[in-house]
Ligand binder design. Structure first.
Ligand code: NAD
Ligand code: UDP
Length: 330
C-alpha cells in the first residue's frame, strides 16, 4: 500500500556517476531514505556490478549515458548530484581531453538540466583544486597551486572550471548550486585495477605482490571512509540556506604513503615487500583538509577511523577477489 506521507516526501534525485565507487554508495543512501533515484553513468571507470543489487528496486532507474552529451528526461527532478568524472590519476590521464570535457561540457549540461527543473545541484569537486599546496592544512579560501599545463591539469583545471560554472549559475539565479571539495576517499567498491593508493596496496598485499610506493613515500594524504563522505554530501545538498561557498569534506588525519603501506601490511598475513617507483609529475607533497567550515555549516565530522575503514575495505576486497577467482556457476 502506498504510504501517502512517504510519497509526498519522496524526492526524485539524479546521480550522475552513480555507478561509480562513491556514487553507488550515495544511491544506496538516497534510496534507503525513501527517495527515487535516477542513476546516469557511462560505466567509463565503473562496473555495472556496483549497482546490480539496485536494478530491481522499484524506485531505481539506470540510464547509460555520457554527460558530455545533453540529457533529455521526462521526469521532474528535485536534486542532481554530479559525481561523473574519473577520479584515479592513471584513469583520468588515459583520455585527458574527455576528462576535461566531462567536467566542463558535462557539468554545463547538468546545470542546464537543473535550471529547467528548478533542481538543487551538488558538484563533486576535489582537493586537487589546491594542486601541490603551499598552505597547510588547506582551507576553502586558499586559491591553490595548480600546474595548468601538466598531466594532472585535465582533472584539476576541469574541476576548477566546473566550480566556476556552478558559482556563475548560482550568481545568475539560474541554479541552487553547491560545491563540495572531496579529499581522498576510500572503501568498498573501488575497482581493483583503479590505480589509486588504497586499492593498489590492498590488492597487492592480498596477492602477495610488491607494494608500489611512488617516490620515497614521504608524501602525505588524508583518507576519508566512504560512508563519512556520503553523509557530508547529503548534508551539503540539503542544508538551508545554500552556503554559497565551497565546502571541504575529508578526514583531517594525515598519513605518509609509507605509513599507509605499513598499516596495510600489518593488517594482512602478506609476504609483500615494498618497491619504490618514480614519483608521477606534479604529485602533491602534502594534503590535509581544514574542516572547520563543514563542522560549522553542516555539523559534519568524520566518524570512521583509518584502522576501522581499512579493515572494512580489506574484508570487501578479500570477498571480491575470491569471487572473481571462482565465479559461481549460474
Ligand atoms: P569513480 O571513477 O569510481 O566514479 C566516477 C563515475 O563517473 C564512474 O562510474 C564513471 O563511469 C562515471 N563517469 C566518468 N565520466 C563520465 C561521463 N563523461 N559521463 C557519465 N559518467 C561518467 O570515482 P569516485 O571515486 O567514485 O569519484 C566520484 C566523484 O568524486 C568524481 O567526480 C571525483 O572527481 C570526485 N572525487 C573523488 C575523490 C575520491 O577520493 N574518491 C576525491 C576527490 C573527488
Ligand atoms: N601512490 C603510490 N603508489 C600507488 C598509487 C599511488 O605511492 O600504487 C601515491 C601517489 O603517487 C600519491 C598518493 O599515493 O602520492 C595518492 O595517490 P592516489 O592516486 O590515490 O590519489 P591522488 O594522488 O589523486 O591524491
Amino acid at each position: 500500500m502506498l504510504d501517502s506521507s512517504n510519497a509526498r516526501r519522496r524526492k526524485t534525485i539524479l546521480v550522475a556517476g552513480g555507478a561509480g565507487f562513491v556514487g553507488s554508495h550515495l544511491c544506496d543512501e538516497l534510496l534507503a531514505a525513501g527517495n527515487r533515484v535516477i542513476c546516469v553513468d557511462s560505466y567509463l571507470t565503473s562496473s555495472p556490478a556496483n549497482v546490480a543489487p539496485l536494478q530491481n528496486h522499484p524506485h531505481f532507474t539506470m540510464i547509460k549515458h555520457d554527460i558530455c552529451n545533453p540529457l533529455k528526461l521526462n521526469d521532474h527532478l528535485d536534486q542532481i548530484y554530479n559525481l561523473a568524472c574519473p577520479a584515479s590519476p592513471p584513469l583520468y590521464q588515459a583520455d585527458p581531453i574527455h576528462t576535461m570535457m566531462t567536467s566542463v561540457s558535462g557539468t554545463g549540461n547538468l546545470l542546464k538540466l537543473a535550471a529547467r527543473n528548478n533542481a538543487s545541484f551538488l558538484q563533486a569537486s576535489t582537493s586537487e583544486v589546491y594542486g601541490d599546496p603551499e598552505e597547510h592544512p588547506q582551507n576553502e579560501d586558499y586559491w591553490g597551486h595548480v600546474n595548468c599545463t601538466g598531466p594532472r591539469a585535465c582533472y584539476d583545471e576541469g574541476k576548477r572550471a566546473a566550480e566556476a560554472l556552478c558559482f556563475d549559475s548560482l550568481r545568475a539565479g539560474d541554479v541552487d548550486a553547491r560545491v563540495v571539495r572531496i579529499f581522498n576517499t576510500y572503501g568498498p567498491r573501488m575497482q581493483p585495477n583503479d590505480g589509486r593508493i588504497v586499492s593498489n596496496l590492498i590488492v597487492q598485499a592480498l596477492r602477495d605482490e610488491p607494494l608500489t610506493i611512488y617516490g620515497d613515500g614521504a608524501q602525505t594524504r588524508s583518507f576519508c571512509y566512504v560512508s563519512d563522505l556520503v553523509d557530508g554530501l547529503v548534508r551539503l545538498m540539503n542544508v538551508q540556506p545554500n552556503p554559497a561557498v565551497p565546502v571541504n569534506i575529508g578526514n583531517p588525519g594525515e598519513f605518509t604513503i609509507a605509513e599507509l603501506a605499513d598499516m596495510v601490511r600489518s593488517m594482512l598475513p602478506t609476504r609483500s615487500k615494498v618497491v619504490n617507483k618514480p614519483l608521477p609529475a606534479d604529485d602533491p607533497q602534502r594534503r590535509r583538509p581544514d574542516i572547520a567550515r563543514a563542522r560549522e555549516l553542516l555539523g559534519w565530522e568524520p566518524k570512521v577511523s583509518l584502522d576501522e575503514g581499512l579493515s572494512r575495505t580489506i574484508a570487501w576486497f578479500q570477498n571480491t577477489l575470491l569471487e572473481q577467482a571462482s565465479p559461481r556457476s549460474s
